[in-house]
Design a protein around this ligand. Sequence first.
Ligand code: ADE
Length: 224
Amino acid sequence: MRFDIITVLPDLLESPFAHSILQRAQKKGLAEIVVHNLRDYSSNKQKSVDDYQYGGGSGMVMGIEPFANCIEKLLVERKYDEVIFMTPDGKTLNQSMANELSGKENIMILAGHYKGIDQRIRDIFVTREISIGDYVLSGGELPAAVLVDSIVRLLPGVLNDETSALSDSFQGELLDAPVYTRPADWRGHRVPDILLSGHEAAINDWRHEQALERTKQRRPDLLE
Ligand code: ADE
């Protein structure tokens, strides 16, 4: 699966994809993540990408031309299943959205800054607008990284133990049960005996009860 991300801060997106699972996915050839510097598509001498907004108001707006130049170049190279704009007024990302997007081949992601981007970019090119939550960040780069991470870890072969993505919180209707590792006793704080019992069926029952209890306490909305 391929991602093309368009941003004015390509450096910000170097690190999130250069470690751990996302790095391994790229090394294995399961995901390709290409970051494009929007300034390379500005035709003026200063390489600026923003301008004052029509009608007045504070804050600069990212202009149509650099985005259009970059998007149109990419559209010639391959067919995109989605052109996604990261924005707090988009639809909130959830697990089922990540699952759905993990079935696509090519996704383009636009990361905005300043006051926003010219509405015509959204009208003409964007097929989906996604928010990562009801709070405002200073740009779309971190949201783009969150979106890509949520998708790439679902691609077959990316996680060592494929079932571990399937048993994530939100993948079913329940949150995850608590997990423990050695030592079995740390300063008197003991791992629940059941987990040391070796009774697989009883352990599975216990995990299910714990998951249910946690969901009731923390996210009753998921049970409705
Ligand atoms: N850009 C700024 N804040 C954002 C958010 N919460 N989600 C997606 N994109 C954003």
